[in-house]
Design a protein around this ligand. Sequence first.
Ligand code: AMP
Ligand code: ZN
Length: 457
Amino acid sequence: MIKLYNTLSREKEEFKPTKDKEVGIYACGPTVYFFAHIGNFRTYVFEDVLRRVLEFNGYAVKFVMNITDVGHLTDDADAGEDKMLLAMRREGKSAQEIAEFYTQAFMADVKKLNIKPADEYPRATDHIQEQIELIKKLEEKGFTYQTTDGVYFDTSKLPDYGRLSGQKSEEKEAGARVAMGEKKNPTDFALWKFSSESEQRLMEWESPWGKGFPGWHIECSAMSAKYLGIPFDIHLGGIDHVPVHHENEIAQTQAAEGKLLANYWVHSDFLTVDGGKMSKSLGNIYTISDLAAKGIDPLAFRYFCLGAHYRTKLNFTTESINAAQNALNNLRDAVRDWDSPSGGCAAYEQEFAAALDDDLNLPEALAVVWQMKDSASASSAKAASLLKFDQVLGLELDQYVAQPLAVPEDVKSLVKDRERAREEKDFERADQLREQIEKKGFTVDDQAAGSKINQKH
Ligand code: AMP
Ligand code: ZN
């Protein structure tokens, strides 16, 4: 039995899919006008782990992630500049070229992080018609009104608007500096925005209301329903999407179809950098490639993400990411000498599964990995269990378990020479030999059983 914290009920709930052993999952995907950063990838890694936990428990998962390739405005309040247009100006490329370039960059990072690809990656621009149809339904049911700049959703018409964040419209009004414009209520949001008359937009479509482009939230309601049916099982995203984006997805579908969009809403908390927000002005918005340039393996970033519960903040610092890289290196080194997998460690497997089932307690699951590694169990049994665990961890440990390091003969003979020097208490020579060994890409550890040769990391 898997328990998940459902933002909708604010409780850990037993997970019960709508279909027996099949689970439909939708996750809000990248906006492809720039590279996804490590904060985004914390969320995508969490989503991948959730998918893997369900598969580990025998569910067949259908995972859908949208690609937002329509230009949207730079803030949540339907104002600001269009991000796609900004990117086009910055890079001197067409909208399609920008979207294609950053989609490919995203896919490359997904692969490096060993995130399982989604079953579908629907693009917003391929589903304009579906979005228009949904807005038409909302219009027929009386949930919309027009202003001079677009078609808006009237949140006051939906009695339980705000159920996801638990915020009432009036509270938002008090708390936020929302640009009201011609909106009737502060929480109302754009379904369709009109192109401005003075400016030819490069991304615009015909609609029953006039030329323009869809609002930000409508694509997710339209595409998730198309690919998964409603209500589907689990809707995922980062915690920032709770008060506006996901609230509005729920409202649109509830109003148009009279149904809840998804039964479980699961959100991961933010990644912070040096204890604060990532921002352009601080120059601390890192990508996976930025980490690689600092010698951090993408899978070490994945390991780093597993080290914090998804509902707590994860603080990225030079020290914390280096610690993750070292831990992963140590694990890789340790498992190389294990015997070929056979059998398993039943007690550790039970503990591992129990940690996952308790709202994805990955830090606890990782602790089980380390306890098992250091235990006196047969290494063949540990190897078998670790490979099972890696179906969830996704650290590609199969490349290390029971795969002894190939040490070239010249390095072996340097190590022998060094052992002899140590016996003769010629420590100066022993140190020189260590340097030579390291130059060849290996390290040597003096252990009770003799010299242990590892890869130099
Ligand atoms: P966006 O492109 O802003 O829609 O973000 C894509 C995904 O990344 C969403 O699920 C966001 O909630 C999530 N996200 C954005 N910033 C962060 C962050 N600093 N830490 C964790 N997740 C984030
Ligand atoms: Zn979305």
